[in-house]
Structures are given as C-alpha cells and as structure tokens.
Design a protein around this ligand. Structure first.
Ligand code: OFO
Length: 172
C-alpha cells in the first residue's frame, strides 16, 4: 500500500474513532436526561462508528500497511436539548462524508482501485446516515415545544434503531 494511501486511511481511522466518542457522549447525556430511546439509538450509533474504524484497521493490515491507533480527544458532554444534539449529528455526518469523498479522490489520483472499491461501502453508509439525520432533524422541527411529541419521538427512535440494526446485521 502506498504511503499516501496508508496515511489518508489512518486519518479516517482517527475520524471514525472520534465519531464513536462523540456519539457515546451524546448517548450518555440522553440517558441521564431520561431519553432512553434516544440513548439506545446513540449508543448503537457509537458502536457502529467503532465497527467502521475496525473495518479500516483490518483493511490496512490486510494490505500490509501500518494502522495507527489514534488518541481520542474528549468530546463535549453537555447539550442544551435534543435539537442541539441532532443538528450536531447531521453537521458531523456531512463533515465525515466530505472526508470520505476526499479519500476516494486520493485513491483515484494514486490509481489504487482496490482501496477505491473498498471505500464504496463508506460512501453508501454516509448517504444513509445523512438521510436519517436529516429525517430526525425534520421531525424535531415539527415537534417544536410539544412535550408529548418528545415522548413519542423518544419511543419511536428506539424502534427506528431496532429496525435499522436488523438491516445492518443483514448487510455484514
Ligand atoms: Fe462512520 O459512519 Fe457516519 O460517520
């Protein structure tokens, strides 16, 4: 594996690890604030980001590169409300998509078609995650200040999570 590709993949390893930590912190806040459906969803999301990191590490090793296990900076631990959390999730996912796109561009420049092919899984994953984050934000905007709406939102998010996860395990 070329050094430039190895380095770019390691940067993505670090970003997946950071994503996992960010969602873990959000999950913990939600749990403390009695949003148990939201907490489940975010704990699961955090686990998925860790799996994305592992997938990269194992790919780097398989292709005889050097995987660097990164230090992770402490994420924010306090949030105003669920809208702040899910707007941050969407912003973060958009950022990750851009980073994946840059990575794909590097593989084309370096003519590394194996890594290019491997990264297509991440491209599709980002598409799904961004769409879901947008849906959730739209739903929160509709709820506005309706307390009952938050109760139902929390309950439904726990169910979305189960349905999604059933699909994901099918894919892997
Ligand atoms: Fe790693 O899937 Fe989004 O960030």
């Amino acid at each position: 594996m070329k050094k430039s590709i190895n380095q770019a993949l390691n940067e993505q390893v670090a970003l997946e690890a950071e994503s996992s930590h960010i969602y873990l912190s959000m999950a913990s806040w939600a749990e403390k604030n009695s949003y148990h459906g939201v907490a489940n969803f975010l704990y699961q999301h955090s686990d998925e980001e860790r799996i994305h990191m592992l997938k990269l590490i194992r790919f780097i090793n398989e292709r005889e590169g050097v995987a660097i296990i990164p230090p992770i900076k402490q994420p924010k631990e306090n949030f105003k409300n669920l809208s702040e959390i899910f707007q941050s999730v969407l912003d973060h996912e958009i950022y990750v998509t851009n980073e994946i796109n840059k990575l794909v561009e590097i593989t084309l420049k370096e003519k590394d078609f194996t890594t290019h092919h491997f990264l297509q899984w991440y491209v599709s994953e980002q598409l799904e995650e961004e769409a879901l984050a947008r849906q959730i934000n739209d739903r929160l905007k509709l709820i506005g200040n309706d307390k009952m709406g938050y109760y139902i939102f929390d309950r439904d998010l726990g169910n979305i999570d189960n349905a999604l996860h059933a699909n994901e395990t099918k894919d892997k």
